[in-house]
Structures are given as structure tokens and as C-alpha cells.
Design a protein around this ligand. Structure first.
Ligand SMILES: NC(=O)c1ccc[n+]([C@@H]2O[C@H](COP(=O)([O-])OP(=O)(O)OC[C@H]3O[C@@H](n4cnc5c(N)ncnc54)[C@H](OP(=O)(O)O)[C@@H]3O)[C@@H](O)[C@H]2O)c1
Length: 223
């Protein structure tokens, strides 16, 4: 399996890249700047050195356009920069399994909150901009802090939504390769809004209680 991460130099992108490379997945770490991507991929590969040899995963730094040629492409950029990032990738992403991890998050004096999105959710806004892509949404509340702390497995549910069941199954498989993640299909893309919006609540809870909580649905055995 090969995954491309658009915005792979960021906190979430690096965390996912680390975890997937250690699970034997080939990762294309993407950036607007190929040099920055190469530097990030080299740094990650150096840090993981011996474990990476054993796991068999690869880490390569490329520009976002090359990252968008992978079998599965994760969008891990901020919501407010998205249009400029997507425009040059539209053709490359046609027919591809794409995962939006993007939250419409904003912060003010009262803490985190959600920016309204005209299409209903960020994922639906992306679907409107990328009609050819096999769009899914996942990872919204998986903490980059936890992903980057390799000494601990995660302890998170990753519900995956999307209208293309095969694409959802691919993303469920990919997410489930991360140690400690329980991934499962959760419904159509229109349910991406609550997944995206939950993140502000989780951050608020964590701030108030100085915690690092993620998402877990109780009394569930995914099929
Ligand atoms: N951090 C988390 O724990 C977490 C968890 C779940 C979901 N998310 C979501 O995942 C996305 C990425 O989060 P993050 O914390 O990794 O973000 P980030 O570190 O701020 O940004 C990720 C990468 O996106 C690129 N980028 C930054 N600003 C941009 C802009 N205005 N236009 C285009 N590209 C830009 C940068 O890469 P280059 O400069 O190299 O191009 C940056 O390294 C967000 O939408 C967030 O809501 C984050």
C-alpha cells in the first residue's frame, strides 16, 4: 500500500507518516515545497532507522502533486488554505481514494469552535471541488501528539465515512494498520459534519481537564 500525504510536513502528516511507515506502508510525504518534504521525510527516516528496515515501509519527500499520485491520498492541510492546495491537484486526484482529515476549526477567547461551511462539511466542500475523486473522511480527532509519541500505541476509534464503500474499506484497512486504532465504516459522506465538529468539543474537554482524550464509541464490536 502506498499513501500520499498532502501537507505531510505538518503535525498530523508527520504523525501518520511515522505510524504508517512502521506498519510497512510506503509513504509519500507531500509539501508545497519538495525540498521541505524531502527534509521532513529524511528526518523521519533517520529517527526511525532500524525499525523502518524491519517494518519495510518507505518514507519519501515529494511535492503535493506527486503525493497526489499515491494509491490513497490524505489531505492534511488547514481548512483556510485548502482551495489553493486543491486547485493544482484536481486532475491527479480524479479516480483516487482521497481522505479528508480536515476540521473547520477556529479559536477565539472562548476556545475552539467550528467555522460554518456552506456545503455542510469540509469533506462535502472537497467533494464538490473534486467530483472525480473517491472521497472519504477520517482521522478528525486523532491527536498528532499521540501519533508522534511512538512509545505508546494509540487508543482511538477512527470512524470512516464516504459514499464509495470500496474506498471506505480501503481507508478502514489503512487506518487499522496503526497500532491501537480501531477503524470501521461509519456511513455516507454527509455524516462527515459531526465527525469534523466533534474535534472542537474534544479539544475543549482536553483543555479544561488537562487531558489527551480521543474518540471511543462504547459497546461496539465493528463488523
Ligand atoms: N494536528 C492534529 O492533531 C490534527 C488531528 C486531526 C485532524 N487535523 C486536521 O488536519 C489538518 C492538518 O493539521 P496540522 O495540525 O498538521 O496542520 P499544520 O501543521 O498547521 O499544517 C499542515 C501542513 O499544511 C501546509 N500548510 C500550512 N498552511 C497552509 C496554507 N495556508 N495553505 C496550504 N498549505 C498549508 C504546511 O505544509 P507545507 O508548508 O510543507 O506545504 C503544513 O506543514 C487540519 O485541517 C486539522 O484540522 C489535525
Amino acid at each position: 500500500m502506498q499513501v500520499g500525504i498532502v501537507g505531510g510536513t505538518g503535525a498530523l502528516g508527520r504523525g501518520l507518516a511515522r505510524r504508517w511507515a512502521l506498519a510497512g506502508v510506503d509513504v509519500l510525504v507531500g509539501s508545497r515545497d519538495a525540498n521541505r518534504a524531502r527534509a521532513a521525510a529524511e528526518q523521519l527516516a533517520e529517527e526511525l532507522a532500524d525499525e523502518l528496515d524491519e517494518a519495510g515501509g518507505r518514507l519519501d519527500g515529494v511535492d503535493n502533486l506527486d503525493a497526489a499520485t499515491a494509491e490513497v491520498v490524505v489531505l492534511a492541510v488547514p481548512w483556510d488554505g485548502l482551495d489553493a492546495v486543491l486547485a493544482p491537484l484536481t486532475e491527479a486526484l480524479a479516480g483516487r481514494v482521497v481522505v479528508s482529515a480536515i476540521n473547520p476549526l477556529a479559536f477565539d477567547a472562548a476556545g475552539p469552535h467550528n467555522t460554518p461551511v456552506a456545503e455542510g462539511s469540509v469533506a462535502e466542500a472537497i467533494a464538490a471541488r473534486l467530483p472525480g475523486a473517491r472521497l472519504t473522511a477520517a482521522f478528525h480527532s486523532v491527536s498528532s501528539r499521540e501519533l508522534n509519541r511512538l512509545e505508546h500505541p494509540l487508543d482511538d476509534d477512527v470512524p470512516v465515512v464516504g459514499d464509495d464503500e470500496e474506498a471506505v474499506a480501503t481507508v478502514v484497512d489503512l487506518a487499522g494498520r496503526i497500532d491501537g486504532v480501531r477503524a470501521y465504516a461509519a456511513g455516507p459522506l454527509r455524516l462527515s459534519a459531526p465527525l469534523e465538529q466533534l474535534t472542537a468539543l474534544i479539544i475543549s474537554i482536553n483543555k479544561r481537564h488537562r487531558g489527551h482524550a480521543g474518540l471511543r464509541f462504547t459497546r461496539l464490536t465493528p463488523r
